[in-house]
Design a protein. Structure first.
Length: 253
């Protein structure tokens, strides 16, 4: 086995187990511990893992609660790929909940220019503005206390409104997904109950997910992968993630 292949295998093991030991890897690959330590050092330099005493752990990015304006311009290519997939999922006459998400905002813009006649429910101000005066779309705005960083309405009023509306499909945003632990997480605790309510009041849940969210941490868990019907993603994910998701009945789109 070439060194590059071995390092790729080490990463695959890490994605499945989240941590590895030098001694175990040395036995598994039948190479010296010195060689394994060099492999781990190179992978750490590439930002793919973090070395620990006697081994390594998978490195995940700890995201910050960046503003909506900044999120609008990050990974536009990936978000447009997801948007095109989401658009194909939507059928004429459906009631769709667009969660507060920069990707969902791109989708709203696409829907505003499309011939599809649907009902859109959202608590995101920019989506409401985008769909203003679009006659073929019935817009239901969720009000409440406005959170300027997230660009969304939160609080008790928003929660009460969500519980009064049944939707057929929810396009759900989030900061991170941990496939091993099965958690979906966000930055702000004020969103937790709202997202739980969105999940409860819809027929099908689609998690709107860029690939890097598989390698990120969110602060607050609001759901699990068992809450999801599908994940709509911009790039192909690792086989270990795919297998775990499919084991839990989650379609990958």
């Amino acid at each position: 086995m070439f060194a590059q292949e071995r390092r790729l295998e080490i990463l695959k093991i890490l994605m499945n187990k989240t941590k590895v030991k030098v001694k175990e890897l040395s036995l598994d690959f039948e190479v010296s511990e010195v060689i394994i330590r060099k492999d781990l050092k190179l992978l750490e330099d590439e930002g793919k893992l973090e070395r620990t005493h006697g081994g390594a752990i998978l490195k995940k990015k700890i995201p910050v609660n960046i503003s909506l304006d900044h999120r609008k311009i990050v990974n536009l290519i990936g978000k447009k790929k997801i948007t095109n997939k989401l658009y194909k999922i939507i059928e004429e006459g459906e009631i769709i909940f667009l969660d507060a998400s920069s990707t969902n905002l791109l989708l709203a813009k696409k829907l505003a220019e499309s011939p599809k006649k649907i009902t859109i429910v959202t608590n995101m101000l920019d989506i409401m503005k985008c769909l203003d005066k679009v006659d073929k779309i019935e817009l239901i705005g969720i009000g409440g206390t406005y959170h300027s960083i997230l660009g969304t309405f939160l609080g008790g009023l928003a929660l009460d409104a969500i519980y009064k509306i049944n939707t057929q499909k929810l396009f759900l945003g989030g900061a991170a997904i941990d496939v091993q632990k099965g958690n979906i997480s966000i930055f702000d605790s004020n969103e937790v109950n709202l997202k739980k309510a969105m999940i409860q009041m819809t027929s099908k849940v689609y998690f709107v997910c860029e690939k890097d969210k598989f390698y990120s941490y969110g602060t607050y868990n609001f759901g699990t992968i068992t809450d999801l019907d599908a994940i709509v993603i911009d790039e192909q994910i690792e086989k270990q993630f795919e297998e775990k998701l499919r084991e839990n009945g989650v379609e990958i789109i």
